[in-house]
Design a protein around this ligand. Structure first.
Ligand code: ATP
Ligand code: MG
Length: 311
């Protein structure tokens, strides 16, 4: 598999603080890759290091096959977390300017910018100054400026924040369309639903370390399904078949699906005449997996710190 990005043992230290703390990462070319993690986890620092905006203190990274990521800047579109545009520049000129910075002839970038604004439903605002646009509109202009030069790799830091539901859906469509062309798209987000809908693979970062890297389905499989059962009877020998973590609410029983699966339990319920009224098995979503994985990593680190303090 060809990788758009490869990182080995990446470390970035700010004033003794390890914001990125030994990251290994492979991002397959042509994939949509989500980077999830709580505030301060190191997502932005990692992206900036991968792109060559800042240099790592330790480790190596390669971007589109190059050890000098900045040399690939014409092939990369980067939407930084802090949005910033010249307030008195017109929308279409902003896009042309951003395209020119990445090697496009100004006129071609302006024509394409106008076309892309039209496609985004913002054609009417092409000649307005940035300060005359709403925040979400300005963000769309910046996003178009990020991809106007047809990059091979698009890196979006929190691209969904500040967009309304309609524009979020448009952005999702744009990301999918780019991936269909073979472009690699990497984005960071707090909104797990976007990653769940868009990505095949994700990395979860907590405290500068990768606590999970792999398929979304694998992240989900880390958590066992939840069973919700309603019975007519409230007591009987079948209760011995319910797992230890069972929570009772009236005639409802909630518990984690045991390793042995649902069948032995069903047999016990039927033989014990529990009177099954309803039974559902709920697969956990990525959100629950995220909380469990990021939480586990933070908890493990706290245990280490406490152990050190006790020594
Ligand atoms: N230029 C800097 N100087 C000093 N510390 C920094 C700098 N940039 C980031 N940090 C620190 O590094 C850590 C990681 O920050 P980073 O911005 O990478 O997190 P993040 O995962 O992107 O968070 P968020 O979800 O809030 O955007 C934080 O503790 C932050 O204070
Ligand atoms: Mg960030």
């Amino acid at each position: 598999m060809i990788h758009a990005i490869e990182a080995r043992g990446l470390v970035k230290i700010f004033d003794g603080f390890r914001a990125v703390d030994g990251i290994d990462l492979n991002i397959p070319e042509g994939s949509i890759f989500g980077i999830l993690g709580p505030n301060g986890a190191g997502k932005t620092t990692m992206l900036r290091t991968l792109l060559g905006i800042i240099d790592p203190d330790e480790g190596t990274r390669s971007l589109l096959g190059s050890q000098k990521p900045i040399s690939q800047s014409r092939n990369v579109g980067y939407l930084p977390e802090e949005r910033g545009l010249y307030q008195s520049m017109r929308a279409v000129d902003t896009i042309a300017f951003m395209g020119a910075l990445r090697g496009m002839p100004l006129k071609a970038a302006r024509d394409k910018g106008r076309m892309m604004l039209d496609e985004a439903g913002l054609g009417y605002a092409a000649d307005r100054q940035i300060k005359q646009l709403s925040k979400g509109m300005a963000q769309t202009v910046q996003l178009i400026g990020t991809i106007v030069h047809d990059p091979k790799l698009i890196v979006l830091d929190e691209p969904f924040s500040g967009l309304d539901a309609l524009n979020q859906a448009k952005l999702e469509r744009m990301i999918r369309a780019q991936a269909e062309k073979g472009v690699t798209v990497i984005f960071s987000t707090h909104v797990i639903a976007h990653a769940e809908r868009l990505c095949e693979r994700i990395a979860i970062i907590a405290k500068g370390k990768i606590s999970f890297d792999g398929l979304v389905s694998t992240a989900r499989d880390r958590l066992r399904p939840q069973v919700h059962l309603e019975t007519e009877s409230r007591d009987g020998p079948w209760r011995g078949a319910l797992p230890d973590d069972c929570r009772v609410e009236g005639n409802w029983w909630h518990f984690t699906l045991p390793e042995s699966g649902v069948e032995p339990l069903l047999t016990a319920l039927v033989e014990g005449k529990a009177g099954v009224k309803s039974l559902s098995i709920e697969r956990p979503g990525l959100h629950d997996a995220f909380v469990a994985i990021a939480g586990e990593a933070v908890a493990a680190e706290m245990d280490e710190e406490m152990a050190e303090a006790l020594l």
